[in-house]
Design a protein around this ligand. Structure first.
Ligand code: SF4
Ligand code: SF4
Length: 401
């Protein structure tokens, strides 16, 4: 049992051990991929990369819209040189695609790249699909996305939020995506993963099916070396890589990481990452991300900041799943930790509540244990966080969103 579980001290040791070696990669050639772009009447030198064999060329910073409700920020981002917008059918309780569609109206179709995504019902504990997850259901999701966006096609349609190899290869969804591509509703198809990412990345490569992978990747992942290897194999196979959760899952960037720009640059030091999709929600955050888009080089002082922060647990659940067998109630602990992060890090109660409500939790949660049996690898007080976040079940959505 001991070697299966990693306590907080082991975690800190394992993370720090990595700091001396592969944690920082050699400096990126700054000339590589530079493109002069005119934005708001000014010339900018923006670093561009290509998403694998798709040939899609985008700046290293794209825009995630998970926590956004301000269309003017999307307009400003596009006018400032950002090209790729990343949305999902579920974002903003189904309103995000519609908002993005309004922003895109009237813009030349070749001036932006749009990616969206959907998921089907699956078992939250095993990560495997249930009988409701059919090819037809996924095709309907794609049609709804296009309708919401007001577009005939998207550039990338993702199979969303997968953490098991079997689910990455789930035939009904692969068949649906194949039809979507053939019908010209998506130029390329992809898969997203927030947990157990290396397994999903390797499955995606083995499938020879997916064109793009959107994966959580950040400097605090204790499995970053494994991530880097999996990403390298995917890149070698021509799969485009998009990074997310670069700031340990934060969009309200400050509470997560003191030096958010350094956290973004850390992901971009991996040359196999084509772009990242930080979810900035204010103009200040956007401007900081735009500066990274022009120069993603990590300075020595930024490296020091990351070194200091790398061993702090923060709010980011590693998705390591070492906790899964501990709870007699089989609670979906990583999902609940993510909901807690949405509530307290992103300060996005809507998103946190949606996640909590989707988990089919028992009526009484953590009320019958005299002591919590769960040992988290990064030292989270799991039951405390769960008790806190499940209170969202008792609030009417109208008072939150
Ligand atoms: S207190 Fe711990 S062991 Fe008990 S139900 Fe909650 S998470 Fe599970
Ligand atoms: S709650 Fe802790 S042990 Fe469980 S997946 Fe997250 S980081 Fe790992």
């Amino acid at each position: 049992m001991r070697n299966k579980l990693m306590d907080r001290r082991d975690f800190v040791k394992s993370t720090l051990a990595g700091l001396g070696g592969l944690f920082f990669l050699p400096k990126i050639d700054r000339k590589w991929g530079l493109r002069i772009v005119e934005a708001k009447g000014k010339e900018k030198k923006i670093v561009y990369r290509t998403l694998g064999k798709t040939g899609i060329k985008v700046p290293v910073i794209s825009m995630g819209t998970n926590h956004l409700d301000n269309p003017n920020l999307v307009r400003a981002a596009l006018d400032s040189g950002i090209v790729m917008i990343d949305t999902a059918q579920a974002y903003q309780r189904g309103q995000d695609e519609g908002m993005i569609g309004e922003v895109l109206k009237g813009r030349p179709r070749d001036s932006y790249v749009i990616a969206t995504k959907a998921r089907l019902p699956n078992n939250q504990t095993t990560g495997l699909y249930t009988g409701e997850a059919t090819e037809g259901a996924f095709l309907n999701k794609v049609d709804s996305s296009l309708k919401n966006l007001g577009l005939d096609y998207v550039d990338i349609y993702y199979h969303h939020n997968v953490w098991k190899r079997e689910s990455a290869l789930y035939e009904p969804i692969l068949k649906a995506l194949e039809k979507v591509k053939k019908a010209g509703k998506a130029r390329f198809v992809g898969i997203t993963t927030h947990m157990n990412e290396p397994e999903v990345i390797r499955a995606a490569v083995d499938s020879k099916f997916y064109d793009v992978i959107l994966a959580a990747y950040n400097f605090q992942q204790k499995h970053y070396a494994e991530m880097r290897n999996a990403i390298a194999s995917a890149a070698q196979a021509g799969v485009g890589i998009v990074g997310m959760k670069a700031i340990r899952g934060g969009s309200g960037q400050i509470p997560f990481v003191k030096n958010a720009a350094a956290a973004l640059k850390w992901v971009l030091q991996d040359p196999n990452v084509g772009t990242i999709v930080p979810g900035f929600t204010t103009f200040d955050e956007m401007n900081m991300d735009l500066a990274v888009m022009e120069d993603p080089t990590l300075s020595d002082s930024e490296k020091n900041d990351l070194r200091k922060e790398a061993s702090l647990p923060g709010l980011y659940c590693q998705g390591c799943r070492t906790c899964l067998g501990h709870c007699p109630e089989h609670l979906p602990i990583p999902d609940l930790m993510r909901a807690y992060m949405y509530a307290h890090g992103y300060r996005n109660l809507t998103h946190a509540q949606d996640l909590v409500l989707s988990l089919n939790l028992p009526t009484r949660v953590c009320e019958d244990c005299s002591q919590c049996r769960v040992r988290c690898s990064v030292g989270f007080n799991v039951s405390g966080k769960i008790r806190d976040v499940v209170r969202l079940r008792d609030i009417l959505p109208v008072f939150i969103g």
